[in-house]
Design a protein around this ligand. Structure first.
Ligand code: ADP
Length: 609
């Protein structure tokens, strides 16, 4: 547009020049002269406009480039460079109002140092800045000495006279800072146009600065949150790593002190009665812990409570340790100064985790205690029952064998048979209970030797064969060439007897029991397969737990206590093996277990003996 206007003006000027060469009446020449003057004025105004438009275009280009980064420092430095260049200034700086305060702080400067900024010769600049912040409008002073607003300043007289330009950085009407530039008078005087230009630029720069500032804040908040989540996950891991009460209390204190930058932390725990609060963990020397009486009133509060000392001493943060609505104590942290909002929130989260862990530990300890009591009880009961049972069994056998003198009638023999059968059942139960008690107390002894597994199997089947035959069940044994195992033969026979007895008990008459022995990786694996009643998926989940028996009538028709599989599993595991099963209701089950192959095998021939 402008280029075209200049072209037209040039043509017009040339035409007027041509006209001026002609002989013209005085009036016409006067009009021509006026026209030429107007044309020149118009040409000058066109040039002024073009300068202004060039500056605005530069402002626009620079402001656009500010949005290219969200790094606050980078944005501030880019703004500063652009301002110095656009305004042709000697020096300048940018100040921002710190969030939450009304304090301005220097964030970027060109050709000016912080020290200079604090010096007396900046007195005028400070006054200018204050008036910009207070009035919300930009200030230009071309001659500070004569400017009534600043002339009173001594420095104006004593130091180099400067032309100053200062514009507020405003976002949505709120001042977030100022941009300041100045020149020595001889280097260039700023005018109103310069202030307008700076204000246009400042408006765009302020948006870029605010965006970068918000982004930085969000970024920092996110980083802090991620760090806290990492810490909490580490705390969860540490707390769950050991079921040890002292350890949990120590960890909670350690994290509490570390996470808040505190001096010391303590854990108070209450007994059955919440009011009986006692110091459970934490040093009693050095920094004095608060008195339990001072902590007690803050128990059960949903948020941690900050307690300042009336005599200006350490500040305490008290977080209630509560879980499922039950308060069990408090975590108390001491700090010289006080606690930030982040620290308080962190302690709230830590206290909730610590409370869960303490509750879990207490439950675990209670279960442990109950288990110990149960094992103790089993040990006494089995010992006390075994003695009378042995004598009942002994005398029954004596009478049956005719060693008691009088002849035993057929009816008496039948009755004595029932007594012996039931005594045997009782003896089996006592043997299982005694094993459980020994395993749980960790005193079950294993007599390990190099054994032939096939010999153990033979021995087991010899004792059960007649029962299997009684029920017309088919017994199939598939033996492979297997390496020797180093284990306790008595316990292996016990395991085999339990599994084969179950196959026999839970398989109807005429069914089939197949036992196979194979080498499987570094183990020998024994499968006991039956074509029996099978186990429902619901029952499968409960298998191996003590006293579990299926509700199935076919199971209830058989003798049993629901202890065999539980003892068997523990024995297999003690021998270093694994146990498992597959079962289909109504079709049959396969129970299997493995035993590790001996480290120094003595030869297969021996093993298969
Ligand atoms: P018990 O046989 O004395 O009941 P166990 O601990 O040996 O006790 O077995 C627990 C339960 O597992 C049995 O009561 C039965 O319900 C189920 N079970 C075990 N072995 C088999 C099997 N081979 N077939 C079907 N059910 C079985």
């Amino acid at each position: 547009m402008q280029k075209q206007a200049h072209q037209h003006l040039k043509t017009l000027n040339e035409a007027l020049d041509q006209l001026a060469k002609c002989t013209l009446p005085v009036d016409t020449r006067g009009a021509l002269l006026t026209a030429r003057q107007r044309l020149q004025q118009f040409e000058r105004s066109l040039e002024d406009d073009s300068g202004e438009q060039d500056s605005l275009a530069a402002v626009y280009t620079v402001a656009q480039s500010l949005g290219a980064t969200l790094d606050l420092d980078e944005v501030l430095n880019n703004v500063m460079d652009a301002v110095i260049e656009l305004m042709g200034a000697e020096r300048g700086f940018l100040m921002l109002i710190e969030g939450g305060t009304d304090q301005l702080s220097l964030r970027a400067a060109r050709n000016i140092a912080q020290e200079t900024l604090d010096a007396d010769d900046m007195e005028v600049s400070r006054t200018v800045i204050q008036s910009v912040v207070a009035g919300g409008e930009g200030v230009v002073t071309t001659d500070a000495q004569t400017d009534p607003r600043f002339a009173a300043q001594e420095s104006v007289v004593f130091y180099n006279l400067r032309s100053v330009l200062c514009a507020p950085l405003k976002v949505r009407g709120r001042i977030i800072g100022v941009i300041y530039v100045d020149n020595r008078a001889k280097s260039g005087i700023f005018g109103k146009d310069d202030l307008e230009l700076l204000s246009v630029f400042a408006a765009q720069a302020a948006v870029a600065i605010e965006n970068a500032r918000l982004y930085t804040q969000t970024d920092q908040a996110l980083a802090a949150r991620v760090k806290e989540l990492e810490t909490l996950s580490q705390i969860d891991h540490d707390l769950a790593a050991r079921l040890d009460f002292e350890h949990v209390l120590g960890l909670a204190r350690e994290w509490a002190t570390r996470g808040t930058g505190g001096l010391e932390s303590w854990v108070f725990l209450s007994g059955e009665d919440v009011n009986t609060l006692m110091l459970a963990d934490g040093p009693r020397t050095g920094i004095t812990p608060p008195h339990a009486r001072g902590v007690a009133p803050h128990l059960g509060k949903p948020h941690p409570q900050v307690l300042s000392s009336p005599d200006g001493g350490n500040v305490h943060l008290i977080a209630s340790l509560s879980q499922a609505g039950k308060t069990m104590g408090a975590l108390v942290i001491s700090h010289e100064k006080g606690f930030s909002e982040e620290s308080i929130q962190f302690i709230q989260r830590l206290a909730s985790r610590a409370a869960t862990s303490i509750a879990n530990n207490r439950l675990y300890q209670a279960v442990e205690q109950a288990n110990r009591a149960k094992s103790q009880f089993l040990a006494i009961v089995t010992h006390e029952l075994r003695i009378p049972l042995t004598s009942i069994k002994g005398y029954t056998d004596l009478i049956l064998g005719g060693s008691a003198g009088a002849e035993v009638t057929e009816l008496q023999e039948q009755f004595l048979g029932v007594i012996r059968k039931n005594v045997n059942r009782m003896a089996d139960l006592i043997a299982d209970l005694a094993d459980i008690s020994r395993i749980e107390r960790g005193i079950l002894k294993l007599d390990v030797e190099d054994i032939s597994l096939l010999k153990c199997l033979q021995e087991t089947l010899d004792s059960l064969r007649h029962k299997i035959e009684e029920r017309n069940q088919t017994l199939v044994v598939k033996k492979a060439d297997i390496p020797p195992v180093e284990t306790d033969p008595k316990r292996v026979i016990q395991i085999l007897t339990n599994l084969v007895s179950n196959a026999w008990k839970y398989t109807p008459d005429g069914g089939m029991i197949t036992i196979s022995v194979i080498e499987h990786q570094d183990t020998v694996r024994i499968n006991v397969q039956d074509t029996g009643i099978g186990i429902s998926p619901g029952d499968q989940a409960k298998l191996f737990s003590q006293f579990f028996r299926s509700e199935d009538q076919a199971v209830r028709d058989q003798n049993g206590w629901g202890l065999g599989l539980s003892v068997t599993k523990q024995l297999v595991e003690m021998l270093g093996g694994e146990i498992g099963f597959e079962s289909q209701l109504g079709e049959g089950s396969t129970f299997w277990f493995t035993l590790p192959v001996a480290v120094s095998p003595n030869g297969r021939a021996n093993a298969n003996g």
